[in-house]
Design a protein around this ligand. Sequence first.
Ligand code: HEC
Length: 132
Amino acid sequence: MRQALFALTRLLALSAVTTSCGAGFCFAAGDPAKGAAIFERECALCHTIGKGEPNRFGPNLFGIIERKAAAAPGYDYSPEFITMAIWTWSPDAIASFIAAPGLTIPGNRMSVFPGVPDAEIDDLIAYLAAQK
Ligand code: HEC
């Protein structure tokens, strides 16, 4: 009985942690300097992130957190992306997208990129959030 109670308490604690991620709280611990290096390695081939920098194969990502999806000026998004991505980018939404771009929005042009490993996501989001 005690064990069952313990398990239940743990479950409740875990779900509390999960829901507290909603406002981007989960990413508070990320290190933007580490995130910059990850961005260089995994994203910069296709994306610029400085203000006013040109689009590459992918759109410029300046201010991407809290930006409307599919809104980089002058970038020709795929029909798949435009149809599905009708949200404003929260840290959580970006985390799910970059973990598996092809699963989140099937057929979008970033699907050739397999996704960021879980261990790198917090740092990367902290870096993205700082570019505004
Ligand atoms: C192989 C090239 C490529 C790589 C690598 C890549 N992306 Fe993308 N990304 C794209 C393309 C292309 C799109 C637009 C998709 C479309 O229109 O179908 C996109 C779209 C996005 C968007 C949505 C932008 C918007 O305006 O709504 C975000 C956010 C994003 N990428 C983040 C990242 C991050 C972070 C990384 C590195 C972890 C990354 N991408 C790596 C090609 C890439």
